[in-house]
Design a protein around this ligand. Structure first.
Ligand code: ZN
Length: 212
């Protein structure tokens, strides 16, 4: 199992690194990484994803699942999203969860789970990614989180421009857990209790997926 906590703490100080163009898949040239978003009062997405990822890691390890993380701290730069996909691919992960928070207009609320529009690794992996997405979305709803009121449908959406999905050859999803610019969700995403709830929901989704 691989966990990808989106962004990193020093990305904002190093535009010369994170703005470098990389192979984003399907002929696209994408930025290495981005700073991520933050709440109106400055709680950052990288900090949110870092905490949720570590809570999730502990929950999975407690069930005997081997966990690989795409970054080992919240204070450095990158790695680029193609490198992160490489780490997940090299680990031969049975499932990959990339954790993010959105920075949409304040009226937008709820989670959505992304998969690749053009699956990069064949029909079997594509089907597994869709099943993983469905398991995560169901677990999030069961955990009390609403699906997005704006983006995608029923908490599920596809995009064709994300390096981390385009360059993955494992069953992989990217979740925008909530909108950090929405006051209700910002409060939840800043709090330890909220972060633990997101992690618990993600863990339930992974368990359901691995049970098949
Ligand atoms: Zn993000």
């Amino acid at each position: 199992m691989a966990i990808d906590p989106g962004h990193n703490g020093a990305n904002g100080d190093h535009p010369e690194i994170i703005n470098q163009l990389i192979d984003g898949g399907y002929g696209q040239r994408n930025a290495c990484n981005t700073t991520g978003t933050e709440t109106d009062d400055g709680y950052t997405e990288h900090e949110f994803t870092w905490h949720v990822a570590n809570y999730l890691k502990a929950l999975l390890q407690a069930e005997g699942i081997k966990v690989v993380m795409t970054r080992s701290n919240d204070t450095s730069v990158g790695p680029c999203t193609d490198k992160r996909a490489g780490i997940e691919n090299s680990a031969d992960a049975d499932a990959v969860v990339s954790i993010h928070g959105d920075g949409a207009p304040p009226e937008v609320q709820g989670f959505y789970v992304l998969t690749a529009t053009r699956p990069p690794a064949g029909a079997t992996i594509a089907a597994a990614s869709l099943r993983l997405a469905a398991c995560i979305a169901k677990a999030a709803e069961d955990g009390g989180f609403p699906p997005s009121n704006t983006l995608g449908s029923g908490g599920l959406w596809k995009r064709d421009d994300l390096t981390g999905l385009n360059r993955s050859d494992r069953p992989k999803i990217l979740i925008e857990c909530g909108n950090m610019r929405n006051a209700t969700e910002a409060a939840l995403m800043k709090s330890t209790s909220g972060q633990r709830r997101y992690a618990a929901a993600l863990a339930e989704g992974v368990f359901a997926f691995l049970r098949g």
